[in-house]
Design a protein around this ligand. Structure first.
Ligand SMILES: [Zn+2]
Length: 289
């Protein structure tokens, strides 16, 4: 039912000053029938009805996430990977083929990789570091659906300190006491053994800072994981800016912990990601092909 019933000016009020502010073509709005309802941004999204639908959903979110990462400038050297666990073959994951620019990724480009690092669907090549890191994380954390890692500038710059981020802003509280630091650097990660050590540093958190390397996020959905990556890169940038300007004042523990409980859950990240997904698909519908 439309709330707008017709288009003409409302009746004039008796106050001349009010008449001056009336818009002559304002629509008349009548009181709607029926019971008012309530809808919040954090309402749960209905699950996909079949495994095939869930697989397709994850593939679409994944391909779009790559394009959004390119839009945010996280495409340095093509060094990066986002993975999505397959909903049926849970020891397999979907990942980008090495060498395809993030800005051109499509659903049909994605590779399905098994736990031996073999490509069982799609055409490679597969980035060995992507397998070594992500296979270990997907094995160590059965609760996660996705993991994201690139060599984005501010995350990489902050990673040189080998320290956790402080709770400097409301936004950075998403990661308050919810990220680890992997303090070793052994060159390019080519072995799953090191992937498992990264998994230990990650623990039960949503992110890990890889010293002298970059940042990495994980989550229960592609959308949350991708949004948390964008948010973590931003938190690193903000802390670098603040410290370059002087001595920033962190948020006290109790308030940082409260804020984390308010904005640190996956629903908020998924909601934020959806807006970016929608505008991307409208502008670049071929991402879903
Ligand atoms: Zn890397």
């Amino acid at each position: 039912m439309s709330l707008v019933t017709e288009h003409h000016a409302p009746e004039s009020t008796s106050e001349p000053s009010a008449r001056l502010h009336q818009r002559p073509s304002s629509p008349v709005v009548t009181r709607p029938e029926g019971k008012p309802t309530r809808q919040d941004w954090f309402d749960p999204v209905p699950p996909r009805p079949t495994l095939a639908a869930e697989r397709r959903f994850r593939q679409e979110q994944l391909a779009a996430a790559f394009r959004l990462f390119a839009q945010f400038g996280f495409d340095y050297g093509l060094a990066g990977h986002i993975t999505a666990r397959d909903p049926e073959w849970t020891d397999h994951f979907w990942v980008n083929p090495f060498g395809v620019h993030f800005s051109q990724m499509k659903v049909s480009d994605l590779l399905l990789v098994n736990h031996h690092g073999e490509i069982v669907q799609g055409r490679g090549p597969l980035n060995r570091a992507a397998f070594a890191i992500h296979a270990a994380l997907h094995e160590d954390r059965p609760d996660i659906v996705a993991a994201a890692h690139t060599h984005s500038t501010h995350g990489k710059a902050w990673a040189t300190f080998g320290q956790p981020l402080q709770a400097l802003t409301q936004d950075s509280c998403v990661f308050y006491q919810d990220h680890g630091v992997y303090e070793q650097f052994h060159g390019v990660v080519n072995e799953t053994d090191e992937g498992h050590r990264i998994g230990q540093a990650l623990g039960a958190h949503k992110a890990v800072i890889l010293k002298n390397h970059g940042i990495l996020t994980v989550g229960p959905s592609v959308q949350a994981t991708a949004w948390w990556y964008i948010a973590l890169e931003n938190a690193c940038q903000v802390q670098l800016l603040a410290q370059a300007a002087g001595q920033p004042s962190p948020i006290p523990h109790d308030m940082a912990a409260l804020t984390h409980s308010q904005i640190g859950r996956p629903g908020g990240a998924e909601f934020a990601f959806k807006a970016w997904f929608d505008q991307l698909v409208q502008r670049e519908p071929e991402v879903l092909s």
